[in-house]
Write a protein that binds this ligand. Structure first.
Ligand code: AMP
Length: 117
């Protein structure tokens, strides 16, 4: 799938639109979801141009993949979510309802989340 450089997360990465940043390193940016589904709703994105989970897992370097998951763990710990529980969600493709064609992982928490929809 060709990467669409006009997608909203690409614009956030270029600084063209604002975000509420919670974490950033060389490979990763994390920010608050604009339409939160839980008291804590963070989106974690790689800085590389990967349109989906499948693109990221197939084409990203081992460093990028390892760094991505390490960043998630750092954010979860910084937000003090591990003890109360949290959920990680990735939507991939139209059947999942994926809206933004730049790979992202949702971190949800801060309340009892109930069952998966
Ligand atoms: P998905 O359905 O997995 O593609 O999730 C896309 C998410 O991006 C949704 O939860 C949106 O609320 C969120 N979103 C869209 N635009 C923005 C934005 N400008 N800043 C923060 N989150 C956004």
């Amino acid at each position: 799938m060709a990467y669409d450089t006009k997608n909203v997360f690409a614009k956030i990465l270029r600084g063209e639109i604002p975000c509420q940043r919670v974490y950033e390193d060389e490979h990763v940016l994390a920010f608050k979801d604009i339409n939160p589904k839980a008291p804590v709703h963070i989106l974690v994105i790689p800085k590389g141009e990967y349109a989906s989970f499948m693109e990221f897992s197939t084409h990203a370097s081992q460093d990028e993949v390892a760094n991505f998951f390490a960043a998630i763990a750092k954010i979860v710990k910084a937000l003090k979510l591990p003890e109360s529980g949290f959920r990680l969600v990735v939507n991939n493709g139209p059947d999942s309802g994926e809206e933004v064609p730049h790979f992202h992982m949702h971190i949800l928490g801060g309340k009892r989340l109930g069952g998966m929809a």
